[in-house]
Design a protein around this ligand. Structure first.
Ligand code: AMP
Ligand code: ZN
Length: 479
């Protein structure tokens, strides 16, 4: 097999765009923080999973084998990303009067349904926090042995003062950060930035999910979950770690601290973060309960893939502003791309379509391929990649086979579902066909008023009539 294509990615740790240098040639190990399954994922959360999907597809398109691990947080994520508040799963279980396992399994299913609707490829490994508690306990023990953890008031904390590079990822200015700046500082901590590795029931009574541990019955902190599962599946050092930008100052900072202190090695070589989806004047927040989901956009008649296209229209590191108008524009753009692709499919025989992979591209077509790769292989510049797609469709110098070949190939990264697009097979009632025939006749007789009236009657029946080279064409009306 040929060597994979070179790729550059922005590394939050160095704040630079760097060439990717995987630990093992041709293979990329990737860990992505997964959902906390206590509520419906909102479209902001899904923007982060879409960005990670663009990354995975780009790496595969470049020729890398990708080991993509994602966790499911089904215990331990407290109401704030630091240690304050109660476990999000337990708050939700009480709200809905259900056991936390039931909730976790319901919301995990919703997450994967929404992911599929958005064209997100399933990770190669999906791992649940509740099934990896023994690995978390072992990791905490290693930290204790190496002097990075202390017990206080029944809980075990990570001692940030012992790790000189604490806060490097977020470029935290530890000296100037006010000790009491965070609300509700746990008085058991030596330093307000210390974070819990293990909670016992001394923190919360009636905790539903508990495990035995050397420190008493209790449950793990949220950050330790990701470190333990990433190491379990990818080793102590791996290539790329991803998440949303909000994870830089707390969650990922703490993952680095505890992982690197336990192993003495670099945890992840590249850290990548997706920018937020923002609502004008409002924060999209899962815990406030006031947010949009994939289902809510579907209920308004939008194709989830239009939301995917909307996200492709922004660079992953920047904020993306949400509006229904932007979704409407993306839906129109999707419709145009689809129509252009269907026309290309109409122009080719099924044999030609099946053989598209084998065609030799003209120099011009190869140029579009290079331009597309140049965009995506250099830090996932998706808006530039979309521009290449539109130019390809508009170029009259390319043959239909070349265009469709290019569209299929671009779609390995874009994931719009081009290969599955077919003309809708709708059963058109004979009465509607008869109306269309009469309209044709009226037009031939230049009776425009009657032709228009018949078109309206056809629309009333739920169909749109258009003129075509061979008479007329009937399509189902868009509601
Ligand atoms: P959670 O389920 O709350 O742990 O969040 C899942 C993922 O969504 C994390 O990687 C977050 O960083 C990310 N996230 C949360 N809110 C947003 C948002 N408004 N836009 C983009 N990503 C977000
Ligand atoms: Zn994580």
């Amino acid at each position: 097999m040929a060597d994979p294509a070179p790729i550059t990615l922005y590394n939050t740790r160095s704040r630079k765009v760097e060439p990717l240098q995987p630990l093992r040639p041709g293979k990329v190990s990737l860990y992505c923080c997964g959902p906390t399954v206590y509520n419906y994922p909102h479209i902001g959360n899904m923007r982060t999973y879409l960005f990670e999907d663009f990354l995975v597809r780009t790496l595969r398109r470049a020729g890398y084998e990708v080991e993509h691990v994602m966790n499911i947080t089904d215990v331990g994520h407290l109401a704030s990303d630091a240690d304050e508040g109660e476990d999000k799963m337990l708050l939700a279980a009480r709200r809905e009067g259900k056991k936390s396992e039931e909730l976790a399994s319901y919301y995990t299913d919703v997450f994967f349904r929404d992911s599929e609707a958005l064209g997100i490829a399933r990770p190669t490994v999906v791992c649940k926090a509740t099934e990896h508690v023994s690995q978390m306990i072992q990791l905490i023990q290693r930290l204790e042995e190496r002097g990075f953890a202390y017990e206080s008031g029944g809980n075990v904390y990570f001692d940030v003062a012992k790790f000189e590079r604490y806060g490097d990822l977020a470029k935290l200015d530890m000296e100037n950060l006010q000790a009491g700046a965070r609300i509700d500082v746990d008085s058991e901590k030596k330093n307000p930035f210390d974070f819990a590795l293990w909670f016992t029931k001394s923190k919360f009574e009636n905790q539903e999910l508990q495990w035995d541990s050397p420190w008493g019955r209790g449950y793990p902190g949220w950050h330790i979950e990701c470190s333990a599962m990433a190491m379990e599946y990818l080793g102590e050092t791996f290539d790329i770690h991803c998440g949303g930008i909000d994870h830089i100052p707390v969650h990922h900072t703490n993952e680095i601290a505890q992982s690197e202190c336990a192993s003495g090695k670099t945890f992840a070589n590249v850290w990548m973060h997706g920018g937020f989806l923002v609502m004008v004047g409002d924060k999209m927040s899962k815990s406030s309960g006031n947010f949009l989901t994939v289902s809510s956009i579907e209920e308004k008649g939008y194709d989830p893939i239009a939301y995917r296209l909307l996200c492709l229209g922004g660079t992953y590191r920047n904020e993306l502003r949400w509006s229904w108008e932007a979704l409407e524009a993306a839906q129109n753009s999707l419709r145009n791309i689809k129509e252009a692709v269907l026309k290309l499919k109409d122009a080719l025989t099924p044999e030609q379509i099946a053989g598209l992979g084998e065609i030799t591209l003209s120099e011009q077509a190869a140029g579009y391929n290079s331009a597309f790769e140049d965009a995506v292989f250099n830090d996932l510049r998706m808006p530039a990649a979309l521009a290449v797609l539109h130019e390809t469709l508009q170029d009259d110098g390319l043959s239909s086979s070349e265009k469709l070949h290019l569209l299929y190939s671009f779609d390995e990264v874009l994931g719009l579902g081009v290969a599955q697009w077919e003309r809708e097979q709708v059963d058109i009632p004979e009465s509607v066909i008869e109306l269309a025939r009469q309209r044709d006749k009226a037009r031939a007789e230049r009776d425009w008023a009657r032709a228009d009236a018949l078109r309206d009657e056809i629309l009333q029946a739920g169909f749109v009539v258009a003129d075509a080279a061979s008479g007329f064409e009937l399509k189902k009306a868009d509601n």
